[in-house]
Design a protein around this ligand. Sequence first.
Ligand SMILES: Cc1ncc(COP(=O)(O)O)c(C=O)c1O
Length: 399
Amino acid sequence: MSDRRFETTTVHAGATEDNLGGFRPVSEPLHLAVSYVADEMAMADAVFAGEREGYVYGRYGNPTVRAFERAVADLEGGEDAIAFGSGMAAVHAALLGAGAWQGRTLVSAGDVYGATYALQRNLLSEQGVRTTFVDAADRDQVRGALERERPAALVCETISNPLLKVADLCWLAEAAHAVGAALVVDHTFATPYLARPLDLGADYVVHSATKYIAGHDDVMAGVVVGSAQPIDDLRERQKLLGANCGPQQAWLALRGMRTLALRMAQHCANASRVAEWLLQQDRVAVVNYPGLPAHPQHELAERLFGGRGFGGMISFDLRGADKPQVFQFMDALQLVQPATTLGDVFSLVLYPAHSSHRALPPETRRALGIGDGLVRLSVGIEHADDIIADLAQAMTSLG
Ligand SMILES: Cc1ncc(COP(=O)(O)O)c(C=O)c1O
């Protein structure tokens, strides 16, 4: 674990362990080999036995993937990390690691990424794991569910998708631990630039590294960070379940991560400006952004994120709009791209009701506050004036 400043850690974390006869490459090499031959069979035997680090087979470990894992562990202040082929594989692994087995229960924020919701509500329930969904901002509701269910884990997102609620991680960790539950935090929206959930009591931190960590729309990967033993246990499971992150993906993610601090500073600055602008538009009924003083968890966000900013994600309700009008708005955009992702250098919009949260029944979406006019905006690192100009012309096109 490094005690250097975040900006320095993003550049140097996970530095290569390669040494070519006394010469060390500056940037991480890309190791594509699937299998490795040890100098002596006893060395490979020790790796298979888990008695030493080393490489025998791609599903058991790869040096480029390991460099990426060490880097994210460093950024999050965790003892170790393990990478997966997608954010969802990482969410699934973290839940398994936290004890989502037959006969156990979970308590989860209802306002989470749609696939995380559906994973718990549909797939895990088929496997005998029941999930109670709560409003993570309602302490009585959370405490009540924890005491009633005595769950294996409490699941939340630091900044929620798509309503941008902010989780009180210290309080949630204490409440979860009081009933013997682990706290699993999806930190995709906030990134370690804004906060480090492990320092605040979380047990597992999950990232869709597809998003801000990689940041350039060319990687699909996920990571789980935590203490050494739980991550080691996940590594053993990964040998059986697969879902590994490939070396090219890890290499690109690590390459992207080197500029995370710079990108996040720009995302935060741009999003603040765009949120302020949206707030003044007649066509916009509601703006969800933790940086706005009217946001219900604005003070919490200020404390949690220590003045670094409030992230690059915004959601807003187009006043009185239904699906065709939202589509008309999205089709009219020329710079901001209507794409099914977030956290990239590009500004992106998404309609949660038809993509990220499509798996939720419409009545559940409505009950959560995901209305037919809700648009999610991932503010990129272009010039804020250009982003605003594009949003303005698309709104004008609505008449
Ligand atoms: C908060 C959050 N967690 C997890 C995921 C899943 O990540 P991936 O698409 O890499 O599987 C997403 C995807 O959008 C997300 O927004």
